[in-house]
Structure formats: structure tokens, C-alpha cells
Design a protein around this ligand. Structure first.
Ligand code: 2RA
Length: 340
């Protein structure tokens, strides 16, 4: 016995990864439907060794379907997620629309799996922002051991976080740097992204921070612990896939770097690669296609009493989005929607 699963936004980067991961993790599926906007109607997408034709989201009836993985923008989510939820289909939403809704659980299974049980209020579960997801996987085991007081994080986020147009822009701009007359002006970003970094992701807010930085702070508080103070600087870098983060942590009590490394080695979803030698760490190119949140450069921060630094890398299309959504579906199946 399996679940009747709908993937909404199946032609996008995240939607395609959701299908790949449902297949790779052998999620128990009785029937699957793939939906897209009218613009992409009929597009074929792969699901394991099958080819599926996308159906029209606007006309789809979610009645009788168990779980809908939403990988569309907030606008389409606003229109169709409540419809799916009201027709009895549990929505796992990757957009930012419901993340801070008090009646919608925001879940990273390695951190707060039990929160899934709160789905009954709106029949919706929210997936966190990609840069939050990998970070809280790293923070949770350390927080359990030595209670985190404050986090200072700088992110180095790949262009796939923006979408396909940004991937194309990085590719074409890079190519254009070598072919006279084929220069490509910035269009997706306010500045050139090839051979450059841009300290701006999402919109600017009143306090001078960006909405991406605000998301990391408020989502960490909702998922992990509201008492944690967090400040972030989120930067776009010329990398296709894989977000990296330099994380500085201040604890309530001292945590030795070796003990921290041992704790992280045992932590769910974490892969520690940490040797103090050239290449003894993870870079984005190694994380692509992997499920893990990689941790390197674990070391004391001796400038404060109870400080630790670490480097965190993960595939933003996987743990940052599609994998986390499928893991939520797995937990939902185990804890609430038992089949067979
Ligand atoms: C980004 N975290 O990287 C945002 C949305 N995926 O652009």
C-alpha cells in the first residue's frame, strides 16, 4: 500500500528534484500526479524510469489524494494550497507563504519532526528556507549539548537558489567574459554575478537587512529555539548548486571542539569532513546530489568565552528544499497517515 502523491510545480528545479528523491528514497507511492502551470502544460518529466506528462494545476481536483508537494511561488501557493488542503490533501509547501503562520508547522525532520503532528490545523506543513534548513541540522545537536546563545552566520549561496534564469545568467555571463562581443549584462541580479559576489538576497527591509537574513533568524527561532539570537549576512556567489555557510556560535557553556566534532559525527543528516590540511574540508562542488549537510573547519572561537566556528555546505535543491519536503512526507506517513 502506498500514498497518492501530487507534485505541484514539477517542471521547476525543485519539483524535478522532488521526483528524483521520491524515487531514490523509494517513497511508497500508489499513484503520482505531476502538475504545472498552463505555460508548462504537457511538459514531460522523469520519475524513476517513467516519463510523466504534466497536468493543469488550475483544473486539478485534489480529492482522494494524500500528499501534495508544492514547489511553486507564493502566488500560486496562495491560490492552490488552500484548495488542496480543503479537499483533504496534506500540503507540504516549499514557498515562504506559510512558514511563519502559527497554525502551520515549519519542519526540519532532524530537528523538530514531532512538529509535523500540528498539520491538522490547516492541513499544511511548511518547508523552511534552504539556507535555514542546512544550518539548523548543524545547530540542533550542538544546542542539545551546550545550549546556543547567539549565532553569527555568513552565507555563500548558489544561483540555483534563485532559479533557472539565474543559472543561465551565470553560465552566459561567464562564457561572455571570454568571447569578445558576447558580454551579458546583469538582468536577474542588480550586478554581474560571474566572477563576483552580491551581498543581497531577496528584498531589503527597514533595518537594512535583507528578507533572506530575516528568514534565517525567524525560522531558526520557530524550528529550533526562540531564545537563540541570530544575525546573518546572505551573499550570492557564482556557484551553480550548493549553499555554503560560515557559522559562528556562542554557547551558554564551554563546548570543546573535539567534543563538538564527535557530536556532529553522530548527528542525523550530518557528514563531518574535517581535516586541518589542504582539501580536508567540503566545498559546494562535492555536495551536489548528496543528501547530507556537510560540516568542516570545526574549531574553537577563542575571542569569546564559549565560542565555536564551523563551515556548513549542502545541496540547496536537496536538503534545502526537495529532500527536506520528502523527509517531511516520510515523517507524516510514519506518524499520522499510516497506510497498510
Ligand atoms: C535563495 N534561499 O537562495 C533563497 C530562495 N531559495 O535564493
Amino acid at each position: 500500500m502506498g500514498y497518492k502523491v501530487v507534485v505541484v510545480g514539477a517542471t521547476g528545479n525543485v519539483g524535478r528534484e522532488m521526483l528524483n528523491i521520491l524515487d531514490e528514497r523509494a517513497f511508497p507511492i500508489e499513484e503520482i500526479a505531476v502538475l504545472a502551470s498552463r505555460r508548462s502544460l504537457g511538459t514531460e518529466v522523469s520519475f524513476g524510469d517513467r516519463t510523466l506528462k504534466t497536468q493543469d494545476l488550475a483544473a486539478f481536483d485534489f480529492t482522494g489524494w494524500d500528499i501534495a508537494l508544492f514547489a511553486v511561488g507564493s502566488e500560486a501557493t496562495k491560490e492552490y494550497a488552500p484548495k488542496a488542503a480543503s479537499q483533504g490533501c496534506v500540503v507540504i509547501d516549499n514557498s515562504s507563504l506559510y512558514r511563519m503562520d502559527p497554525d502551520v508547522p515549519l519542519v526540519v525532520p532532524e530537528v523538530n519532526a514531532d512538529a509535523v503532528l500540528g498539520y491538522t490545523k490547516k492541513n499544511i506543513i511548511a518547508n523552511p528556507n534552504c539556507s535555514t534548513a542546512q544550518m539548523v541540522v548543524a545547530l540542533k545537536p550542538l544546542h542539545d549539548r551546550a545550549k546556543i546563545k547567539r549565532v553569527v552566520v555568513s552565507t555563500y549561496q548558489s544561483v540555483s537558489g534563485t532559479g533557472k534564469d539565474a543559472i543561465d545568467e551565470l553560465w552566459n555571463q561567464t562564457k561572455g567574459m571570454y568571447v569578445p562581443g558576447q558580454e551579458v549584462a546583469p538582468s536577474v541580479y542588480p550586478r554581474q554575478i560571474a566572477f563576483n559576489v552580491i551581498p543581497h538576497i531577496d528584498v531589503f527591509m527597514e533595518d537594512g537587512g535583507t528578507k533572506e537574513e530575516w528568514k534565517m533568524m525567524v525560522e531558526t527561532k520557530k524550528i529550533l529555539d526562540p531564545s537563540i539570537k541570530l544575525t546573518a549576512t546572505c551573499v550570492r556567489v557564482p556557484v551553480f548548486v550548493g549553499h555554503s555557510e560560515a557559522i559562528n556560535i556562542e554557547f551558554e557553556e564551554f563546548l570543546d571542539e573535539d567534543e563538538a566534532r564527535d557530536i556532529l559525527r553522530e548527528a542525523p543528516g550530518v557528514m563531518v569532513i574535517d581535516k586541518r590540511e589542504p582539501g580536508g574540508y567540503v566545498t559546494p562542488v562535492e555536495c551536489v546530489g548528496d543528501f547530507a549537510t556537510f560540516i568542516s573547519r570545526i574549531r574553537q572561537d577563542s575571542t569569546i568565552e564559549n565560542g565555536l566556528n564551523l563551515w556548513c555546505v549542502s545541496d540547496n535543491l536537496r536538503k534545502g528544499a526537495a529532500l527536506n519536503a520528502v523527509q517531511i512526507a516520510e515523517v507524516l506517513g510514519q506518524k499520522a497517515l499510516k497506510k497498510g
